[in-house]
Write a protein that binds this ligand. Structure first.
Ligand code: PMP
Length: 300
């Protein structure tokens, strides 16, 4: 059965969810998006995703024609219309239809759509064994040119890096910034653990400030694990005790090798497992409920 898609104020069947070939999201990657997950009848960290969407849009000078509350309802209603309590949700706002020139002033109306699909889970084996990563030659976008903090529709930088990882059969790539500091993976943030301390690059290094990243830092602090945002190099990953990636799709996923160098014991570490478990627990309780009648107390 096809999906029901939200497109520009209407819910339409998948085959009718079509946008113009003149849409600047398609012609120029001019737009912003979010990848969101629903777990156990709740949309996880939805407020944070909505905030980031509006911040990305503000930075690219795109005015979203819906309020944050309306956008929140769009996401929840798209899940409802598709009968989904667990989902991968894609929320997109593009510059909209314009002419063939790149001037955004020629695009009077943004295109807004939301897709809620059933989630494709990564195999458990990946979490038990951990990923083997490679550093790639493609550097992360320069913040002064195309700021990675904006979750824009222009993902070519990440795609180049992914292609390099594919060439050597690696499941993910580590990208450095222009100075050679570790930035992030193609679709995930990176953390290392050294002497009980959790370390991750600061947003100014040129990364997407991941919502999973922020949740993991909060979980760690609440459990008394010290967290530091600081610059580090590949050397620090090679010599870390533990390493993991974070992202909406992958959640918290251990990494055990980088460029052929074994990280720590070569197996997912203790702190990594503690965070994986705590993160999964959080997904049961965080975010607005999709189907209200669910969980309502019959005695109240
Ligand atoms: N970095 C990049 C480049 C991403 O595309 C993503 C999201 N897929 C992330 C990091 C992780 O962000 P989040 O935890 O918000 O999914």
């Amino acid at each position: 059965m096809g999906l029901t898609i939200y497109l520009n104020g209407q819910f339409v069947p998948e085959e009718r969810a079509v946008v113009s070939v003149f849409d600047h999201g398609l012609l120029y990657g001019d737009g912003v998006f979010e990848g969101i997950r629903a777990y156990h009848n709740r949309v996880f960290k939805l407020a944070e995703h909505i905030d980031r969407l509006y911040e990305s849009a503000h930075t690219i000078g795109l005015e979203i024609p819906l309020t944050r509350d309306e956008m929140t309802e769009v996401v929840l209603e798209t899940c409802r219309r598709n009968g989904l309590k667990d989902a991968y949700i894609r929320l997109v706002v593009s510059r909209g239809r314009g002419d063939l020139g790149l001037d955004p002033r020629k695009c009077p109306e943004p295109t807004v759509f939301c897709i809620a699909a059933s989630i494709q889970l990564y195999p458990d084996e990946l979490y038990e064994k951990g990923l083997e990563l490679v550093t790639v030659a493609t550097r992360r976008n320069l913040p002064e040119a195309c700021n990675p903090r904006v979750k824009s529709l222009n993902y070519l930088n990440n795609i180049y890096a992914k292609m390099e990882a594919n060439l050597v059969g690696a499941p993910e790539a580590i990208m450095l910034n222009q100075e050679g500091y570790v930035a992030e993976a193609t679709g995930d943030n990176i953390f290392i653990v050294k002497k009980g301390m959790l370390i991750t690059p600061p947003p100014y290094v040129g990364i997407l400030e991941g919502i999973t990243r922020n949740a993991v830092m909060e979980i760690a602090r609440s459990r008394g694990i010290p967290v530091e945002e600081k610059l580090f190099t590949r050397h620090d990953i090679y010599n870390a005790d533990e390493c993991f990636l974070t992202g909406t799709a992958a959640e918290v996923i251990p990494a055990v090798k980088l460029d052929g160098r074994i990280i720590g014991t070569g197996r997912p570490g203790k702190i990594t497992w503690e965070l994986i478990r705590a993160y999964r627990e959080l997904t049961h309780v965080d975010g607005p409920v999709i189907f209200q009648e669910e969980g309502r107390c019959v005695h109240c």
